[in-house]
Write a protein that binds this ligand. Structure first.
Ligand code: MEV
Length: 447
């Protein structure tokens, strides 16, 4: 058991590393060396990363892969993806290529509304609160003008504030429910700053409101915070083609493929156990681009899964139909993203990713991210309903197994060749490498 530590954040980086190495590791020197091995040799770059968070000791790498050949609304994109899962980038690239030969992806941003709420307790007459709110609404909006003026210049700002009665859920519980347009920023800081100011104005105006009793004047603000549930910040991505064009797999007819594919989507629409995994596959694509572009993947995840449950049962985010011989597959997904602010101009890899995407606006990024999700879902369902996913997945995972076995470059080349025609499994890879090494040592003994 390690000792509790006081004043840890005051220690410098070296001292923090010494502490963690000494307290938690059997071999402190080895742990220290590993921590330092992951430092960037460019001291300024390392300092930049150190200062993103508190108590940084080193960096934690994720691969940044690229998926080319995405045709989105007639424009070609190569999409950056930061992800550790072996098969994701390959699957995205495959789906991109498949659909670029069939008209590409079409996208539409349906709305970009962001939401924030001031949650408060008011003990009194509801109609008096309503008249108070009507009287004070403009003061709330004017009170944040210094915060909103820049956003307004860019075409955004506050859309509306409404008073919501939530007393059915909790005694005396009301909200100021505010909606915003934050243009190219994700807007969390802007929204939270506005909300905290609304709360301050709400309280002070209530204290001076002569129609209120003494108790009614004492509005208790519980908290002011944006909502990551953004059901009106929605983008649609879709693909479609004549059924007969779903003709890449020689083992299944296009008609059978379309039917099986739609059944698989319907299962995810109806069955929560399947829907969660189905949507996880979509998030493989979405998160990878969200991370590469410096956006908050936790916010996106929370919002997406809430949206997937909006009708009372967790369901698929994507849908598919065949009508008049046309196969259509689409996704509606809530994505609150930014291409300015946050890490976007700070993290060099984020800047690189955004430049790779042509420096998109937030709306354009929403479309690209939704496409990555749909492509991933298409690739997963295509494998699941035809060959099964393990074949492709294990092929991609082979390199991880070989690295675990500390295979040399020659062994890797031989193993990759061997498993082109043999089924990959952990045990099969271990056997193969063991056999290879046995053969080699026998050869050496003979020589
Ligand atoms: C694995 O990361 C994702 C899948 O399970 C998605 C799915 O089942 O649709 C393959």
């Amino acid at each position: 058991m390690s000792k509790a530590v006081a004043g840890f954040s005051k220690l410098n980086k070296q001292e923090k590393i010494e502490w963690i190495a000494k307290e938690y590791f059997a071999n402190p020197e080895e742990a220290t060396n590993l921590i330092k091995k992951y430092w960037n040799s460019d001291a300024d770059l390392q300092k930049l990363h150190d200062e993103f968070i508190e108590n940084t000791i080193t960096n934690f790498y994720l691969p940044l892969g690229i998926a080319p050949n995405f045709n989105i609304n007639g424009k070609n994109f190569t999409i950056p993806m930061a992800i550790e899962e072996s098969s994701v980038v390959a699957a995205a690239s495959k789906a991109a290529k498949f659909w670029s030969a069939r008209g590409g992806f079409k996208t539409t941003v349906l709305d970009t509304e962001k939401i924030g709420q001031v949650h408060f307790i008011y003990k009194g007459d509801k109609s008096k609160l309503e008249s108070f709110f009507t009287a004070v609404k403009n003061k709330l909006i004017e009170g944040v003008s210094t915060l909103t003026q820049n956003m307004e210049k860019r075409g955004g700002g506050i859309r509306d504030i409404v008073l919501r009665d939530k007393t059915d859920a909790l005694d005396n519980y009301y909200q100021l429910h505010a909606t915003f347009n934050t243009i190219d920023s994700m807007g969390a800081n802007f929204i939270n700053s506005c909300l905290e100011k609304f709360a301050e104005i709400l309280k002070s105006e209530a204290e001076q409101h002569t129609a209120f009793t003494e108790e009614e004047k004492q509005i208790q603000v519980v908290m002011s915070i944006l909502s990551n549930y953004v059901p009106n910040c929605i983008v649609r991505a879709e693909v479609s083609c004549p059924v007969e064009d779903l003709n890449e797999d020689k083992n299944i007819s296009p008609e059978d493929f379309a039917e099986k594919f739609i059944t698989a989507v319907t299962i995810a629409e109806k069955e929560p156990y399947r829907a969660v995994t189905h949507n996880k596959g979509i998030m493989n694509g979405i998160d990878a681009v969200v991370i590469a572009t410096g956006n908050d993947f936790r916010a996106v995840e929370a919002g997406v899964h809430a949206y997937a449950s909006k009708d009372g049962s967790y369901s698929s985010l994507s849908h598919a139909t065949v009508e008049n011989g046309i196969f259509r597959f689409w996704i509606d997904v809530p994505l609150a993203l930014g291409t300015v602010g946050g890490l976007t101009s700070l993290h060099p890899m984020v800047k690189l990713s955004l430049e790779m995407l042509g420096k998109p606006s937030a709306k354009e990024l929403m479309q690209i991210v939704a496409v990555a999700g749909l492509a991933q879902n298409f690739a997963a369902l295509r494998s699941l309903t035809t060959t099964g996913i393990q074949k492709g997945h294990m092929k991609m995972h082979l390199m991880n197994i070989l690295n675990q076995l500390k295979a040399t470059e020659t062994e890797k080349l031989k193993a990759v060749k061997h498993f082109e025609t043999n089924t990959v499994s952990h045990a099969a890879a271990v056997n193969y490498i063991e056999e290879l090494r046995k053969e080699n040592s026998e050869k050496q003994t003979v020589q």
